[in-house]
Write a protein that binds this ligand. Structure first.
Ligand code: ATP
Length: 445
């Protein structure tokens, strides 16, 4: 159950995201729309950086995974075959008194409204989460289509074409990132449960007798992504093995993060058997079996899936990085002041280095350094206001390094590099700044 302190942290995070330009409510001037969020300049940079890291790790650095970018709307038969049209639903219930609607499985005390306390709830009803639209000029059943509820189904549908054109043999994977839409009954916890979100999924096709080995391999790889690349401590992550499995699944687990409101899923790793490929073969009436030339046999590949939500990873990074501490200040009558900072890993920070001339007079020397650094890093230049205010702003947007040029720089040809997390300051020669930052931002090269 969430406590006031936990809610307080979420409120502060939402306020920071709005104040500094990470995430805004969608169409806010019209009162917003529940479950939809816009990524502001720093937010979109963070999201793209995380997505880029995932893509490099899952696709570009490997020889056995290729990419795909399919459409959001596809032939509705895809969703018939996948089971989404018939089964992708949550049970909902309404409070007859205050009219609020809930997902039955999220009620802590069934039959009681968590908002007004009334014990007068409607019978649970199934509610399909697929978002509907129409394709073409006629708005009828025949022209109804759906926004994809997950990015993986088109991967199964395109499997054969991808396999041939990418000249891949089993085992290999297909990865896709992109928007997914779910008409969630109760969007909540900021971007955690949205109605429009980005998924990053990879379907790994293999022989059935090797599938458990691959399932374990991918569980390890995905855990390592969070721990080693994104820098999450192991005590804020956990693995939950599913006790109840879908009838076709052999094994499934969630990777969860300790959000301020409690543990929440950021990724699922699933052994999906041959379900997806055999269903699409049945509904499309195409032979989608794989032909193994060496063994001279034809079979449906078994699928291991890794499926994560980019918005949830970004929210986890923001929540994990949020810090409040007391720092020295030059403000009148105060020695210390509250400092808010975002400890984001340098590799995904929206601004990796800020160049701050102490006064505008130093622009002539500071600007060329900024332009040079901007070619290698996400850099920002700020010469407005007191240096204290500028540091404060960079701390709040998660900038790991601030490079300050002062009058001494004109003499010693060096600058001060301030580290956000340790608050240490080092004097670094102008010709060494780029290498100094490189070693700390991209340590693996
Ligand atoms: P949940 O149980 O939280 O509804 P799920 O088990 O339905 O999630 P999957 O279908 O396995 O989720 O989707 C894979 C990933 O997509 C999740 O781990 C999550 O990171 C992300 N995701 C799913 N639904 C949402 C949503 N409504 N908003 C944001 N991200 C989502």
């Amino acid at each position: 159950m969430s406590t006031d302190k936990q809610n307080d942290t979420m409120e502060k995070l939402v306020a920071l995201c709005k104040r500094r330009g990470f995430i805004f409510q969608s169409s806010e001037i019209y009162g917003g729309i529940n479950g939809f969020w816009d990524y502001a300049p720093y937010g979109v940079t963070l999201r793209r950086a995380v997505e880029g890291l995932w893509w490099k790790y899952m696709v570009e650095d490997r020889e056995d995974v290729v990419g795909l970018d399919s459409t959001i709307i596809c032939n509705p038969m895809v969703w018939k075959a996948s089971g989404h049209l018939d089964q992708f639903s949550d049970k909902m219930t309404d409070c007859k008194k205050c009219k609020k609607r809930y997902r039955v499985d999220q009620l802590e005390t069934p039959g009681v409204c968590p908002d007004c306390g009334a014990k007068d709830m409607t019978e649970p009803r199934e509610f399909n989460l697929m978002m509907k639209t129409f394709v073409g000029p006629v708005f009828d059943d025949e022209h109804t289509a759906y926004l994809r509820a997950e990015t993986c189904q088109p991967i199964f549908v395109d499997f054969e074409q991808v396999r041939i054109t990418a000249r891949q043999k089993l085992p290999f994977g297909i990865a896709q990132t992109g928007k997914a839409f779910r008409n969630e009954i109760n969007p909540r916890f900021f971007t955690f449960r949205s109605r429009e979100f980005v998924q990053m999924e990879m379907e790994f096709f293999c022989r059935d007798d090797e599938a458990m080995k691959w399932y374990e391999y991918w569980r390890e790889r995905r855990w390592s992504f969070y721990r080693d690349l994104l820098g999450f401590r192991e005590d804020v992550l956990r693995i939950q093995h599913h006790e109840k499995l879908a009838h076709y699944a052999k094994a499934a687990l969630d990777i969860e993060f300790a959000f301020p409101f409690g543990w929440g899923e950021i990724e699922g790793v699933h052994h999906r058997g041959t379900w997806d490929m055999s269903r699409h073969a049945e509904y499309s009436k195409k032979d989608l079996r794989y032909f193994d030339q060496e063994k001279n046999e034809r079979f449906f590949p078994t699928v291991i899936e890794t499926s994560c939500g980019l918005d949830r990873i970004c929210l986890a990074l923001l929540a994990n990085g949020y810090r409040e501490d007391m720092a020295q200040t030059k403000k009148e009558g105060k020695e210390e002041d509250l400092r808010i900072s975002l400890s984001l890993p340098p590799i995904v920070a929206p601004v990796q280095v800020a160049v701050l001339p102490l006064v505008k007079k130093l622009n002539e020397k500071a600007e060329p350094l900024y332009r040079d650094l901007k070619r290698r890093f996400r850099a920002e230049y700020d010469d407005g206001g007191t240096i204290g205010k500028r540091y404060r702003r960079q701390d709040e947007i998660g900038t790991p390094f601030c490079v300050t040029m002062d009058f001494d720089s004109l003499e010693d040809q060096a600058v001060t590099v301030r580290n956000r997390d340790t608050m240490t300051q080092e004097r670094v020669g102008l010709d060494q700044v780029a290498n100094y930052l490189e070693a700390r931002i991209h340590p693996a090269g």
